[in-house]
Design a protein. Structure first.
Length: 241
């Protein structure tokens, strides 16, 4: 039972799950143990979204820039992602959750890619809550791909240049059904976007918290939701409350 009533429910909350390496290092552990712990947090966040009626959540799991990390760390990350699906997908499914992926899976190793496709496929008819896992994802990459796809459609005569608006452009992003982000939360004290969801974040409320992602649990999430309640969103107009 929700312990407080949300006056304003964000439809879409996006997380930059940062600080895993520092979390592990502070405990004398190798960085990858932070990623392992990070994946264990996802179910609790999913549950909290269900509890508060949040329909969409996005998770920055691996960026187009994260390929610059040591291969060993990348391998561990993919291991833990596979483990997440093996461990938590049956539960997510049982609650009517849907998995979608944003990012080019072509460069992701075969086993992880297969796991991702199976997760998407086996949950495609679910609708209580959509978890959007951003994997090999970059905000600029997403916009450039969208631009190319639009030009291809123009060349093939499917659309006219003047059909493109800031709304129809969204049809060319990963998973067009995802609404704009209402609330973006970044853990670990870094105050930047690091190339995350640039198009859909245009009018998001941004919340930066000091806690590292492996320590981000239901109470910390609720604090962020409370912060969201306090924000006056104007979208360029005037406040109407
Ligand atoms: C975020 O944690 C996870 C990924 C980028 C994959 P980090 O691995 O960036 O952890 P810090 O920021 O170095 O502590
Ligand atoms: C952003 O975190 C990417 C993910 C959380 C997957 P990074 O740790 O890669 O970002 P920077 O390098 O601090 O900007
Ligand atoms: Mg980081």
């Amino acid at each position: 039972m929700a312990e407080f009533q949300l006056r304003k429910i964000p439809a879409h909350v996006a997380f930059i799950m940062d600080g895993n390496g520092r979390w592990a290092k502070a405990r004398g552990l190798a960085r990858h143990f932070g990623h392992k712990e990070a994946c264990l947090r996802l179910r609790e966040i999913f549950d909290t979204c269900l509890e508060y009626g949040i329909s969409y959540s996005s998770y920055y799991a691996f960026s187009t820039e994260n390929w610059d990390r040591p291969q060993e760390e990348i391998d561990h990350l993919m291991d833990y992602l596979e483990e997440f699906f093996e461990r938590d997908l049956p539960y997510i499914k049982s609650k009517g959750g849907r998995i979608v992926i944003s990012g080019d899976l072509g460069r992701i190793r075969e086993k992880t890619r297969k796991t991702c496709f199976e997760a998407m496929d086996s949950t495609k008819d679910n609708s209580t809550h959509t978890m959007n896992i951003c994997l090999n994802y970059g905000g600029r990459d997403e916009i450039v791909r969208a631009a190319k796809a639009f030009v291809r459609d123009v060349e093939e005569g499917k659309v006219a240049i003047d059909d493109l608006t800031d709304e129809t452009f969204k049809n060319y992003l990963w998973n067009p059904a995802l609404p704009d982000v209402d609330l973006m939360i970044r853990t670990s004290g870094e105050v930047r976007l690091s190339n995350f969801m640039l198009y859909r974040l245009a009018y998001a409320e941004l919340v930066f918290v000091e806690v590292k992602w492996p320590d981000f649990r239901r109470p910390q999430f609720i604090e962020c939701l409370k912060e969201f309640q306090k924000r006056g969103r104007r979208f360029g107009g005037l406040e109407n409350e």
